[in-house]
Design a protein around this ligand. Structure first.
Ligand SMILES: Cc1cc2nc3c(=O)[nH]c(=O)nc-3n(C[C@H](O)[C@H](O)[C@H](O)COP(=O)(O)OP(=O)(O)OC[C@H]3O[C@@H](n4cnc5c(N)ncnc54)[C@H](O)[C@@H]3O)c2cc1C
Length: 545
């Protein structure tokens, strides 16, 4: 259903004819994305069911306000994306225009003394990292990759990140925001003319603005965000050269004061103990687990392509990794001096001894020696999106956040058993069993974990197996898992027999009826229901409350 001509003209007048488009060939580019095949429907499909009516590229906040006001006036819905990585960025109903924010791409301010930056929506992590490094600072990039938007993550979608052990969750790194409310009014959160704090003076609106998972485009448009930056003990630049296996480039030289260690544990209890002890000692700049064994090998040795990973499986290298490092975890150590580094290493070894962990000989294999440091640092900076596609499709069967013990209880052996079942069916990739992705926050005081697995997105049988696996995970020990934040809040996965909104209706009563409160907020802030609600709360099923 095309926009009425007079309305299309109103939008054209706002952004200019070169910044609006409604041709099918362009719009289809906004229907194809990660996890589309997980949307409920008659069968796994490759495209979203709905095209946006048009795509607009606003160039500044005034244009965004004008678009939003016009939408309110003329009964059109809108949704904003920053870089648009994932099907949660796209509308799931008719009558929605998409605001692609790529023209708003400036770092507005970087205050090294007070450790924050102010950025527009299309500034990506790589851009901010490069500027922060020069000033002895670093940021908190997500596994989605350093090509993803800082603002989208900090204001609107999740916030788990690899650097969280010392840098925290991005929901908390969010300082002030410039926010075009669903009605088109402009609201600035945080002290006027300063971006060091997101909440004051007066009552905080952070819960309404963002909450835990972000409003996913369902509460207006964010045009600027202040993000907290953190200390970086490494060099001000990280020069690269071509030839690295992992990304096609690598660091010319790993920083002298950085070290990557990959200890392993015989079981999940010892790993849990290790996390608590390491956290108490406040050691570990970053602590994370990369998913399945071939994923770890990709970090340690560098996977040039899917073919390399296949060869590792065929040569028995992955099997050897599983045997030698049954439950690995990566710890990045940084020291501001040789003495500090020596201290950190000593503490790490002591904590390993006390928790029953060890540094496997296997990780000292010359195959990994060169890459281990040069490429692993890149993993922090460039992040890992490039090596998770060897099955063609990748999904997470759960994503829980809480204390190490409470999360690992469900993400350890129960996940191994679940995954084994689907591997044995032959429909998902056999990548070794221990496959939990792990982010640590605030010295391991809380963690986030996902079960990651790979399937063939082009094979309906494989996609269906992947979808069944998610559903089965949700049903296992359901009562015990109440209280954890599962990823199907706002993400297009979960029980595939239900729509996202049906899942929220089902889940709400187990989570303090959050969906009812969210709906009240939505109606108060968006009386015309203009900001696309496809991924917000109970969304399209609000009438069933
Ligand atoms: C492979 C993969 C790995 C991922 N890993 C992580 C992870 O480790 N941690 C994590 O937190 N997330 C992760 N994600 C989820 C998500 O992609 C990230 O949060 C990412 O940072 C979003 O950046 P983006 O530019 O792609 O956002 P977009 O897709 O553009 O937006 C994300 C959401 O925010 C909304 N939005 C975007 N910009 C605006 C704006 N200006 N105003 C209002 N709403 C807006 C969109 O409508 C959408 O719902 C992952 C996704 C993928 C595909």
């Amino acid at each position: 259903m095309a926009l009425q001509r007079d309305i299309y003209q109103i939008f054209t007048d706002i952004v200019g004819p070169e910044n609006i488009n409604e041709e099918a060939v362009i719009l289809d580019g906004y229907t194809f994305n990660w996890l589309v095949e997980f949307n409920p429907g008659p069968g796994p499909g490759k495209y979203m069911d709905h095209r946006p009516e048009a795509v607009l590229l606003p160039g500044n906040v005034e244009e965004v306000q004008a678009i939003v006001r016009a939408c309110n006036k003329h009964g059109v819905k809108y949704k904003a994306i920053s870089t648009g990585y994932g099907s949660h960025g796209f509308p799931q109903q008719e009558g929605v225009i998409l605001l692609d924010m790529k023209r708003m791409n400036r770092i507005i301010e970087l205050d090294a003394k007070n450790k924050f930056a102010v950025v527009e929506p299309y500034v990506v992590w790589a851009q901010l990292e490069a500027e922060a490094l020069k000033r002895g600072l670093f940021t908190t990039p997500v596994q989605a990759g350093s090509q993803a938007s800082v603002l989208a993550n900090v204001t609107s979608g999740w916030g788990m990140n690899v650097m969280g052990n010392h840098g925290g969750h991005n929901g908390r790194n969010c300082l002030g925001v410039e926010w075009v409310l669903p009605t088109g009014e402009l609201l600035r959160l945080g002290p006027e003319e300063a971006w060091f704090c997101g909440d004051g003076p007066g009552p905080s609106l952070r819960g309404i603005m963002r909450g835990h998972c972000g409003a996913q485009g369902g509460m207006g448009v964010f045009t600027k965000v202040g993000i907290k930056l953190h200390h970086w003990p490494g060099p001000p630049e990280l020069p690269t050269e071509t030839g690295g296996l992992l990304t096609g480039y690598r660091l010319k030289k790993a920083p002298d004061n950085a070290k990557v260690v990959t200890p392993s544990f015989k079981d999940y209890d010892s790993m849990t103990e290790f996390l608590y002890l390491l956290g108490q000692a406040e050691v570990g700049y970053a602590v994370f687990r990369a998913g399945e064994p071939d994923h770890f090998l990709s970090i340690m040795a560098g996977a040039q392509s899917n073919k390399t990973v296949k060869e590792w499986h065929e040569s028995g290298l992955v099997a050897e990794a599983v045997k030698n490092m049954p439950h690995p975890i990566s710890v990045f150590l940084f020291g501001r001096s040789a003495d500090e580094m020596a201290f950190h290493e000593k503490v790490l070894l002591k904590v390993l001894e006390e928790s029953g962990g060890w540094i496997p000989e296997f990780t000292q294999n010359p195959l990994f020696a060169d890459m281990r440091s040069n490429e692993s640092i890149l993993t922090l900076v460039a992040n890992d999106t490039h090596f998770i596609h060897h099955g063609g499709g990748f999904v997470i069967a759960a994503g829980y956040q809480g204390t190490p013990a409470s999360v690992i209880k469900h993400m350890g052996y129960p996940m191994e058993r679940l995954k084994k079942k689907y591997i044995e069916e032959g429909n998902i990739v056999d990548d070794g069993l221990d496959s939990t992705y792990h982010n640590s926050f605030d010295n391991n005081s809380y963690v986030y974990m996902e079960l990651e697995y790979h399937y063939d997105a082009a094979d309906p049988e494989s996609v269906n197996a992947a979808r069944r696996c998610v559903t089965e995970e949700r049903d296992n020990d359901r009562e015990e898992k109440d209280g954890f934040e599962p990823n199907d809040i706002a993400l297009c996965i979960g029980d595939y027999t239900k729509t996202l909104q049906e899942r929220i209706l089902d889940m709400g009563p187990h989570y303090g009826n959050f969906h009812i409160w969210q709906e009240k907020i939505k109606q108060a802030f968006d009386p015309q229901d203009a900001s696309d609600r496809s991924n917000y709360g109970v969304g399209l099923l609000a009438k069933d409350l």
